[in-house]
Ligand binder design. Sequence first.
Ligand SMILES: [Zn+2]
Length: 332
Amino acid sequence: MKKIIAVILCATLFAAFVPCAFAADGQSFGAYKHVIIIGIDGAGRFIEKADTPEFDRIFKDGALTYTTRTETKTDSAPNWGSILTGVSYFETGLENGVSDEKTRTSESEHPTLFTFLRKADREAELASFVHWDNINRGIIETDIDVNRVDIQNDEKLTDAICEYFDAGNKPELFFVQLDDVDGAGHGKGSNSEEYFRQINITDGYLGRIYDAVEENGLMDDSLFIVVADHGHTAAGGHGGITMRESQVTLAVKGKTVEKGGKIGTEARNRDVAAIALYALGMERPAEFTSIVPSGVFSDVKGETRPFFKDPADDILGSLAWFVTLLTSVIGM
Ligand SMILES: [Zn+2]
């Protein structure tokens, strides 16, 4: 009997360490030194219909979907919060108002990727360049060392990002949030010419940022991700559960990314966190409900999202998603 237990124990231990022990060439786990996340606030799934030559150039051999599901509340703080923490907004409690008023520390129950990486490596360069400063103040923990830049102008923010890479910085994690598309969505709605024109302008910023990463020699070891937090209704605005608000673009480029990969329909915004940790070769925290979706990495076939770990999201999120699907049937 003891022998059998010992054999089972050994087999379990072996299985647990296999992903680390055999991370070899061509495998995605730990294959990257840099993860670069470009967030385009309010762009939803509408990059698909806009004129985006830079996005198309960058992701022509990348993995892509326009139907990633947002978190259940289609506001900025819930989604940037989940993108950075790997759990639902029911868990983080990050609503826009909360991120206005409260700060978080590295002792928070659901810390961001920045805290995970800072705790793993005190020397790592971590940076967050944002237009909406709630992210640097109310979402990313204020007691950890992160290179934080807030500039309330997307064009000038892009200038600062390019200067940052030109100065030779090599961040392990680099997060960007551009905001002008959201502004156009609020002003004119997701059916308007102005909204699509702004997506085209922001596409130019995206191209400049990508080129700065590439020209400074970082792209070979980088996982480059574009994601939106939410979309906009036809008339403009978000926070509800219509299809236009609840589906977003997710695009990933990197040396082990599935070329032309179609990211699976199971993808949710919070999965950016699992993708990032996987790329950097870090174990995922047990509380994550974030997975590496199918179609991202050529050697990862997708994972099952843990159910009943987050009952509020499982139950309320499922009911809300059912209504969301109805809004697409009735053409909202
Ligand atoms: Zn907004």
